[in-house]
Design a binder for this molecule. Structure first.
Ligand SMILES: [Zn+2]
Length: 161
């Protein structure tokens, strides 16, 4: 049963950057379970896995536009410290949830602190990076009607609700 839309797929994976550093991995834990065709994983990886079968292994390099997007200088802005009322101590690297102009929630990271100025960056931490995945397909099954309606996998490794 090859991977196609509306299959629940389990994969073991290791993600490294171009410097060879491991960014994320399922090694030592449970496989990642996702619903093919639902945008649960980055587009480039979903495309690379389409048509593959259980037991197959692949190594794929995914460019930023098929991963977390190009780095956008427009997402970096300088705010006043007074915008962070209620936070005891601001530190470079701290992350906050913020609502973007389009209403979507995004995570912003503090890049710099200078007096009253707080420079924040709304880019995804992996924006602008090419991602190198080593993937092994562990299991494939048909998703249930409920999973398809929800757009994600339920049960082991999936959503519980
Ligand atoms: Zn659900």
């Amino acid at each position: 049963m090859p991977i196609a839309a509306n299959k629940a797929v389990s994969i073991d994976y290791t993600l490294t950057n171009d410097a060879g550093e491991v960014i994320d991995s399922s090694a030592g834990g449970a496989p990642l379970v996702y619903l093919q065709g639902a945008g649960n994983i980055i587009p480039g990886l979903e495309k690379a896995l389409e048509g593959k079968d259980v037991g197959e292994e692949l190594t794929v390099a995914i460019e930023p536009e098929e991963a977390y997007g190009e780095y956008s200088a427009e997402l970096v802005s300088t705010l006043s410290r007074s915008m962070f009322e209620g936070v005891d101590e601001l530190e470079v690297g701290m992350q906050f949830h913020a609502s973007a102009p389009d209403g979507q929630m995004q995570i912003v990271t503090i890049r710099d602190l200078d007096g009253d100025d707080v420079t924040v960056d709304g880019n995804h931490p992996l924006a602008g990076q090419r991602l190198n995945f080593q993937v092994k397909i562990v299991a494939i099954r048909d998703a249930s009607q409920e999973e398809i309606a929800h757009g994600h996998v339920h049960g082991e490794g999936g959503h519980h609700h």
